[in-house]
Design a protein around this ligand. Structure first.
Ligand code: ADP
Ligand code: ZN
Length: 729
């Protein structure tokens, strides 16, 4: 139990306000517990905060004000305070920003309240319209369940007025109910699938660890389709049997419809969800119910790690190598690594699942820091896809054509057999470059150092960096000559055009994140495709992640060389992971699959490792190279990003930092830079970057905070520290 403070006792309160310290207050009438969510006066305003501990008392006592009220939310647990503190120390993030991550729910201060909800009634309206019929159908589809006015109107695609118009006749009934309700019970006793011997052995190990109530991290490695999900659902079942909560994190939560169905199949009901696609109501409910222990399982994106679990026993990080676990703006944290931290503070268990682990996790498992469980073969008759390279050099494709004759022939055979084909190209839009044939200039973003990408479906040029878009101009913005702008290179939209020409009378679906207004639309499209709603799927990396397309038997990788260019430390690793994953999409059910990789460099070591399926060899070679150069995970890196309106000034600051590197040299760290950041200008702001490289095991964060502490930034200049950066150079 947390410490209780008597009325008027001095307490320290943490707020989300941009202050670099805790504030002292007097405990409210009736006292309060440590961790209590409270409302306090701050100047003329009222702000929310958390009672962090005893007050310091180094402030004039007579001026100390009283906490206004304690909010109707379970207090933050001491473990969560500890987690926020340590996560903040690791990422060099001030507490107020950490607290913001942990309180991302609307209406925390609201009283427990009732809301109006709507469901189907017995009546029939006098006059029937299309919109009314849709409302009644949407309500009927919910069975006896109720929706809020907005939810029902949205489901029916009408305005709230239409719903209200159905009340007098009793066709729709209005009731009041508590705003936040517990999630349906997930029954861990529902039997799961019969596991294979290998799966059962892995599941037994995870369950034994779960029963032990001790911290452990396990890397669960297995090819796509080997049953990793089945295995970790058994760990979830054990956590639930132990009355502990479980969290499953997925990289692209928008795509989790299939996963939610599997949870429902396994435990008889759907879990709580946490991701950016939630409505405010859903968000509030999830946060509260997690805090009250009335959500047994949460399926969420990376920010679910900061939910106020009461009794968390298990965190699964699925596709643990995925780069989307790293948050790249605001608080720069890696949810995978922070999951390990949080679990270690809770005596909880972490399961990292992947077919192609990150080099970090692979190394930790090799070194015994993590446990390792491996599933070697696919479940049932599903066979690993056969993988072959298509050497593009002899093929001599005509200009603006990207599908080789070999790939065309293979695709045609599959489509005729009633199977599905995927053309994979990791480039959104129509063409990556828009070039003026008169002056030779490329159309760039006005605010960024990025090229504008033509999106033909939208009929606009879009900056993939800042999201700015403009109508496709008639005249070149550089030279003003009209009618000379031409698309160069392929994007998925352009590939779809080529496919439509090559394969008339086939159904082609493009899966790209920008083509869907909402997560719901995307989910629906994925489902339709899985059920056979397309012959050819054209997709970006969106399709590489965790879906089942049972009819898919051929994957054609349009440009296997794409990831190999550039000098990113992780380029080889990423290419390897992505290609293996995409290939893993083929032949999941009872039809063997084939993956064909179009490449201009079939002899490249990464391409050869992918084709040979020699994963251990690939990782060992990568590891040797990184060890030799002292790069992660064998050394440590931190990025320092300076941003501001003027480039020269940023370089001045950067040079000053680089010259005064005494504290860094004390820990044998080196500074590189300043240099323009990989994207040197974003939204009109310049970005300059320094890179700090240090040996493993030194107090890097501590040294960096001392190093940058003397900086006095003026005006609009900002500094951000990125510990363990994912992408650089
Ligand atoms: P992974 O997570 O490794 O990609 P999944 O757990 O998704 O693998 O399994 C792939 C497919 O095989 C799924 O449709 C799953 O339901 C099925 N499957 C795996 N193991 C079993 C089993 N023991 N019994 C029945 N179906 C299984
Ligand atoms: Zn831009």
């Amino acid at each position: 139990m947390q410490q209780h403070f008597a009325e008027n006792a001095l307490v320290a309160v943490a707020t989300t306000q941009p202050l670099d310290r805790l504030l002292d207050y007097r405990a409210p009438e009736g006292g309060c517990f440590q961790g209590a969510f409270v409302e306090v006066p701050l100047g003329p305003r009222k702000v929310q905060g958390v009672v962090w501990g005893p007050g310091k008392g180094d402030y004039d006592r007579s001026k100390i004000r009283q906490i206004l009220r304690v909010l109707d939310v379970p207090p933050m647990r001491a473990e969560m305070q500890d987690f926020l503190r340590r996560c903040g120390a690791y990422t060099l993030t001030p507490l107020n920003n950490m607290l913001r991550l942990a309180t991302r729910a609307p209406g925390l201060g609201d009283p427990p309240s009732m809301q109006k909800v709507y469901r189907a009634g017995q009546g029939a309206p006098e006059r029937m319209t299309d919109a009314r019929r849709r409302v009644m159908e949407a309500a009927a589809e919910m069975g006896g369940l109720s929706l809020t006015l907005r939810e029902l109107a949205e489901a029916a695609g009408t305005s709230p007025q239409v719903v209200k118009g159905l009340l007098p006749s009793g066709a729709i009934v209005e009731e009041v109910s508590p705003r936040d309700t517990a999630y349906p019970y997930l029954d861990p006793q529902t039997p799961g699938k019969t596991l294979t011997d290998a799966q059962a052995a892995a599941a037994a190990q995870l369950q034994a660890d779960q029963k032990a109530h001790r911290y452990a991290t396990t890397l669960l490695r297995g090819v796509t389709g080997s049953g990793k999900t089945e295995v970790y659902l058994e760990a979830v079942a054990e956590a639930l049997r132990q009355n502990r909560q479980a969290l499953v994190m997925l990289p692209e939560i928008a795509l989790s419809a299939e996963f939610l169905n599997r949870v429902e199949e396994r435990f008889g009901a759907r879990p709580a969800e946490w991701h950016s696609g939630l409505t405010m109501t859903e968000r509030r409910r999830a946060w509260r119910m997690v805090a009250e222990g009335k959500a047994q399982l949460v399926v969420g994106a990376r920010s679910a790690l900061f939910l106020p679990f009461q009794n968390l026993g298990l965190i699964v990080v699925d596709e643990e190598h995925d780069s989307s676990y790293k948050q790249e703006d605001g608080v720069l944290y890696n949810a995978r690594d922070m999951a390990v931290l949080r679990a270690s503070l809770l005596d909880a268990q972490v399961v990292l699942a992947s077919a192609t682990p990150s080099l970090e996790s692979w190394t930790n498992a090799q070194g015994g820091k993590y446990k390792l469980l491996e599933l070697e073969s696919r479940y049932g008759p599903a066979l690993l896809p056969e993988m072959r390279a298509i050497d593009m050099r002899p093929d001599k494709l005509p200009a603006n054509r990207w599908i080789s004759t070999t790939l065309q022939a293979a695709a045609r055979a599959r489509i005729e057999a009633g199977e599905q084909v995927l053309f994979f190209l990791n480039r959104r839009g129509f063409a990556p470059v828009t070039l003026c044939r008169a002056c030779g200039q490329q159309v760039g973003c006005n605010d960024c150092d990025a090229r504008m990408v033509e999106h033909r479906f939208l009929n606009r040029l879009v900056c993939h960096q800042c999201g700015e878009s403009q109508a496709i101009p008639e005249a070149c913005p550089s030279c003003g000559v009209e009618g000379k702008l031409a698309p160069v290179g392929p994007g998925v939209e352009r590939l779809a055009e080529e496919a439509a020409e090559l394969f008339p009378n086939t159904r082609i679906a493009v899966l790209s994140s920008d083509l869907y207004g909402t997560a719901r639309e995307l989910k629906q499209q994925v489902q339709e495709i899985a059920e056979g709603g397309a012959d050819i799927i054209i997709g970006t990396q969106l399709v590489a992640k965790g879906h089942n397309f049972p009819l898919l038997t051929l994957v054609g990788v349009i440009d296997a060389d794409l990831g190999l260019q550039g000098s990113d430390l992780r380029a080889a690793e990423r290419t390897f992971q992505l290609m293996r994953q995409v290939a893993g999409r083929a032949g999941r059910a009872d039809k063997p699959g084939t993956a064909l990789l179009q490449t201009y460099q079939p002899e490249h070591p990464v391409i050869r490792a992918i084709l040979a399926g020699k994963e251990q060899e690939f990782w060992r070679a990568e590891a040797d190279e990184r060890r030799a150069s002292g790069m992660p995970p064998f050394g440590r890196l931190a990025g320092i990003i300076l941003s501001g309106p003027e480039s020269a000034q940023l370089f001045d600051i950067g040079n000053t930092l680089a010259r005064n590197d005494g504290v860094l040299r004390e820990i044998d760290a080196q500074v590189f830079g300043p240099a323009p950041a990989p994207i040197a200008r974003v939204r009109g702001r310049h970005r300059v970057r320094l890179l700090v490289k240090a040996p493993k095991g030194v107090a890097l964060q501590n040294a960096i905070s001392h190093w940058i502490a003397p900086l006095r930034l003026t005006g609009d200049t900002r500094i951000a520290v990125d510990i363990d950066p994912q992408s650089f150079f």
